[in-house]
Design a protein around this ligand. Structure first.
Ligand SMILES: [Zn+2]
Length: 123
């Protein structure tokens, strides 16, 4: 586990839940805008998903339609999974705890700042 305390973990858990809810609403709205029976049905499923993985549900969907939202949702759901399994908040590259200040602005982060920058530069 990371060096996050219970209060910090609870706050991050809430942030992830809110973020996921927002993404689900965005995806549903986007699907409803598509104005087709198929997407309308899907939008209802996204809305009713509860604790199920919405990202998994949307796998069949053409990624181009909602690509960015689905990718972000996938990150958020993966972070929730790590939280549930008790290995949330560590850098995937160096295994050091990711600082709370970073997680607070980016709760689905998988890398510390040093390795995120290296990753984005393709190193
Ligand atoms: Zn790192």
């Amino acid at each position: 586990m990371s060096d996050l305390n219970e209060t910090q973990l609870a706050a991050l858990k809430l942030l992830l839940q809110e973020h996921r809810q927002q993404l689900r609403a965005d995806i549903r709205d986007e699907l409803l805008r598509k104005d087709s029976e198929q997407y309308g049905e899907l939008a209802g499923q996204v809305h009713d998903a509860g604790e199920e993985s919405v990202a998994d549900m949307l796998v069949e969907l053409n990624a181009a339609v909602l690509g960015q939202s689905i990718r972000t949702l996938r990150e958020v759901e993966a972070a929730q999974q790590r939280l549930a399994e008790g290995h949330y908040g560590r850098c995937v590259d160096c295994d050091e705890p990711i600082p709370f200040e970073r997680l607070r602005v980016y709760p689905s982060a998988t890398r510390c700042l040093v390795h995120q920058e290296a990753f984005e530069q393709g190193a």
